[in-house]
Design a protein around this ligand. Sequence first.
Ligand code: TYD
Length: 234
Amino acid sequence: MIYEGKAKKLYETDDPDLLIQEFKDDATAFNAQKRGTIQQKGIINNAISARVFTLLESKKIPTHFVKQLSDRDMLVKRLQIIPIELTIRNITAGGISKLLGIPEGIKLDFPVLEYHYKRDDLNDPLFNEYHIFMLKLATREELKEINERSFAINQILIDFFKEKNLDLVDFKLEFGRHKGKILLGDEFSPDTSRLWERTTGEKLDKDRFRRDLGKVEEAYQEVYRRVMGKEVLQ
Ligand code: TYD
């Protein structure tokens, strides 16, 4: 093991270019001030991430995903992670409602992109492209590519989740460098996105854990069911 994060562990393999990403059931919120476990979350997030990465690769978006190895493990390309948490929002919720004093649930006329500096010790502060260049986290060319890819990913995933009768409210992406190329890394799951049932507006994501809304496991299982077209095996 080379790294243990809040929701995943990373292991080295015989190949220096490849890592194994293991998804845990541990859940944290508010920069790990709130901790808990969501049963089967690791299995669910691994499967959903694998499905999303496969879809994105099929649409010519390069990712770190190589293949799923087991229910909790995926083989990925080793990245030099760019410490930017890029979020895209289609509907207001969470951070943007708090920051700008606007209600949740307002459909935006165009997707809104934000950057947070990936620094737990600073509470992942919101920052802008000037800060990114000032800190030399990415070049202008790299950031342009990252932004364009992120908007393309947003459109692909809006359409994908709409078919499952889910609204893609917002999500977070991380990118990294691998052999001179920028690849999408990390995960895509209900931990790192907001997904609302289109008919009822019910929250089917980590906000159920963050806000103690109950039926946390059920929400993750429901997203799995819609994305994978089957039940999570016990
Ligand atoms: P945001 O509303 O800014 O933060 P919060 O989740 O604290 O209300 O988050 C927008 C989306 O991006 C949301 O789906 C959660 C995800 N996200 C993360 O997973 N990790 C992060 O560090 C950040 C900033 C966002």
